[in-house]
Design a protein around this ligand. Structure first.
Ligand code: HEC
Ligand code: HEC
Length: 445
């Protein structure tokens, strides 16, 4: 057990009052911000780094994307990488700790996988030294996929399509080997680059891209709140290991190094696209950004291993906490982004085998085009997500109800109707998207 030592409560209240008195009315205005400096410090790179011995090609990343979703990588053929690393949750899984194969929670939370290409080490404790080396971890982990690479590669090699895909991806070494499997998975992971957000627009010089409260939050982030000591650069991580005073007895980096001073230290996570990947921290113990900010402000467990870069006490008013959260939100897209390298899905619902003349409706720019359609029984309606955001297709009418689940850019849903009448189609994520479908009975030939 760890003991929490709080500053004496009265002392904290007094310190807060003194600070407030000293700050006077100035607390309302963000402290002065060296905009040019920070716009340089957070500028995005113009290319994705890759190792000389695993240059990415379209064939390799396409194979990696397929393997990422392939449950044959697990011992029982029922767990894929994507079972835990789900695209619409920034490649995490929405729970504090995923339930392992023995029914008990895993030791740590599933981390999001955006911008892995720029990493220096992988896992919360940095024990893997390349993305290629990382991938064998979950496959052979008894609680995660419980596969062994020998049988996994044998099973994959018995599928002629997969064999062909490996041969195309690795022309100099056309075989389903452990090394090629790791290379393909890593090449796919390097395509997971988080898209530009409003914050990046601001970095590029668009002064209006951030609201005043968001800019005030950024000013705190790089100033008095001290966050930038560790969350630095365009990915917002120094790639180093720090104890930030979360309760719990996971030794983290300390156990890897055998160094007491590094106990409780974990890798600084990137904080891009994190709106989609709650809960937070290596143990998933904090549910929201508000909880995260409250932790740094007044819940840090005092112990000798605390990072030297962690402010020991930050006085933050309720308004300032809200501003920090507002800023954190600007590092995420407005909808969960989906990388173009993941294969598109097609869903068919109620389509008769003799269906004809599929009319295609587009979902670009948060609009169905056309937004009204007349069909006959026996015809199929095809809805293509040619937008850049994730949608959903809900169909209601004539006692029928259909829900497509998340429909990502590139995905199509094909729908057949077996009763004449009116149907309403909306996107459950953007309900102002509306498509009106009228189905006529088929005329006798
Ligand atoms: C059962 C859930 C589960 C499955 C399946 C799974 N992972 Fe993970 N993944 C995790 C957890 C939990 C961690 C963190 C473990 C740790 O740090 O000790 C992790 C960590 C990672 C990391 C390190 C991320 C970082 O920030 O350092 C990568 C990369 C990764 N997984 C890729 C994969 C790949 C590729 C596969 C498939 C071969 C896969 N995972 C399968 C749960 C899973
Ligand atoms: C001393 C370095 C350091 C400082 C300073 C710091 N962080 Fe962190 N941050 C980390 C580390 C390390 C973690 C992961 C800790 C863990 O899981 O045990 C983390 C986790 C987070 C997370 C959760 C990310 C995720 O996906 O789980 C958020 C959000 C965050 N920090 C925001 C902030 C904000 C806001 C501040 C300033 C108030 C701040 N951090 C200050 C190092 C730091």
């Amino acid at each position: 057990m760890t003991t929490r030592e709080y500053l004496p409560k009265l002392g904290r209240v007094l310190a807060g009052l003194v600070l407030a008195a000293l700050a006077g009315g100035a607390a309302e205005k963000p402290a002065s911000l060296d905009i040019e400096h920070w716009q340089k410090a957070f500028a995005r790179p113009d290319h994705v780094p890759m190792p000389a011995d695993n240059e990415s090609t379209a064939e390799k990343t396409a194979l990696g994307a397929k393997l990422f979703e392939d449950p044959r990588l697990s011992g029982k053929g029922d767990v894929a990488c994507s079972s835990c690393h789900q695209a619409e949750l920034s490649f995490s899984d929405g729970v504090d700790r995923h339930t392992g194969l023995d029914g008990h929670p895993l030791d740590r939370r599933t981390p999001p996988l955006w911008n892995m290409a720029w990493g220096l080490s992988w896992f919360w404790d940095g024990r893997a030294l390349s993305l290629e080396a990382q991938a064998s971890g979950p496959i052979e982990n008894k609680q995660e996929m419980a596969g062994d690479l020998e049988s996994v590669t044998r099973a994959l090699a018995s599928d002629p399509q997969i064999r062909q895909a490996f041969a195309t991806a690795f022309p100099e070494d056309p075989a389903v080997t452990r090394a090629n499997l790791m290379k393909a998975l890593a090449a796919f992971e390097r395509t997971l680059v988080s898209p530009e957000t409003r914050f990046d627009k601001w970095v590029k010089g668009d002064d209006n891209a951030l609201e005043p409260d968001e800019l005030a939050g950024f000013t705190l982030f790089v100033g008095r709140a001290g966050c930038v000591a560790c969350h630095q650069g365009w990915r917002f991580t120094d790639e180093a290991f720090h104890d930030i005073g979360l309760p719990g007895d996971d030794a983290g980096r300390g156990a890897i190094l055998g160094v007491k001073a590094a106990e409780h230290a974990f890798k600084t996570p990137s904080i891009r696209e994190r709106v989609w990947s709650a809960p937070y921290m290596h143990d998933g113990s904090l549910a929201t950004f508000e909880d995260v900010v409250d932790h740094y402000a007044d819940k840090v467990v005092q112990r000798p291993t605390l990072s030297a870069d962690l402010p020991r006490h930050i006085a933050l008013s309720a308004k300032e906490r809200a501003q920090l959260v507002a800023f954190l939100n600007t590092l995420s897209s407005e909808d969960p982004p989906r990388p173009a390298s993941l294969p598109a899905r097609t869903i068919a619902w109620g389509v008769r085998t003799d269906a004809v003349a599929a009319s295609t409706v587009s979902q670009k720019d948060r609009r169905f085009t056309p937004d009204a359609i007349l069909m006959k029984i026996g015809e199929a309606l095809r809805i293509l997500n040619d937008d850049t955001r994730t949608h959903n297709v809900r169909v209601d009418g004539q006692g029928m109800s259909f829900n497509s689940d998340g429909q990502n850019p590139g995905d199509t849903v094909t729908i057949g109707f077996d009763k004449p009448g009116h149907y309403d189609v909306i996107c459950g994520i953007h309900p102002d998207m509306h498509l009106s479908v009228d189905v006529e009975a088929a005329k006798a030939p």
